[in-house]
Design a protein around this ligand. Structure first.
Ligand code: GRF
Length: 211
């Protein structure tokens, strides 16, 4: 039986679309019950609606500094759709202990770096500046500390000598879409605890093919 998953977005929504497309498969263990955006201009809202997914816009600006009230509204929207598991997908607001606590152990995030390196923003530029040879993405459980929860899955990509921020970001993003769909499926199937860190994608063939 499919589990009901809610997705929180702030913008483009390509990871949300990847999850929504995977969920069309009757064998995939998630049904996307709602997509919630904190930004009314988030492009992902239309992409979710076009797929028949209920959408809610809960603008943080409407709540001023009252983060608790904003999160209470999100919590109510998730509860109204009987959501069991929450996926953050490019959700650009820090959550307070309230919402994190409500979904403890059942809220996932995707981050565009191989955590614990490069938490926070501008990960691709920072990876290039640091001269790392591998970069990638991480799916982790959300805890109160930003980008620090237990790692569920990671995928690595080689950094090429001619990479710029855009080329590296796009190669990582393709891996994000694969990783998030695979990691959510495994999480819902109850296998997540067995292998806390697993590279689902072997980067070696890419590396050998790189110029
Ligand atoms: C992704 O790179 C994700 O890892 C990060 O924000 C970006 C969101 O992209 N947290 P999208 O909205 O899923 O296209």
């Amino acid at each position: 039986m499919k589990r009901r998953v809610g997705i929180l977005i702030s913008g483009r929504g390509s990871n949300m679309v990847a999850l929504a497309e995977a969920a069309r498969d009757p064998a995939y263990p998630a049904a996307i019950g709602v997509v919630i955006a904190n930004d009314p201009t988030a492009a992902g809202l239309a992409l979710a609606a076009a797929r028949g997914i209920p959408t809610r816009t809960i603008p943080h600006r409407a709540f001023g500094r009252d983060r608790a009230a904003h999160e209470a509204a999100i919590d109510a929207a998730l509860a109204a759709e009987e959501i069991e598991v929450v996926c953050l997908a490019g959700y650009m607001r820090l959550l307070t202990p309230f919402l994190v606590g409500r979904y403890a152990g059942r809220m996932l995030n995707i981050h565009p770096s191989l955590l614990p390196v490069f938490p926070g923003l501008n990960t691709h530029a920072r990876a290039l500046a640091a001269g790392v040879k591998f970069h990638g993405c991480t799916v982790h459980l959300v805890t109160e500390a930003m980008d620090e929860g237990p790692i569920l899955a990671q995928a690595a990509v080689p950094v090429r000598p001619d990479d710029d921020e855009a080329s590296l970001a796009s190669r990582v993003l393709a891996e994000e879409h694969r990783l998030y769909t695979a990691a959510l499926a495994r999480f819902l199937s109850g296998d997540a605890g067995r292998a806390p860190t697993t590279a689902l994608h072997n980067p070696l063939p890419d590396l050998l093919a790189a110029p």
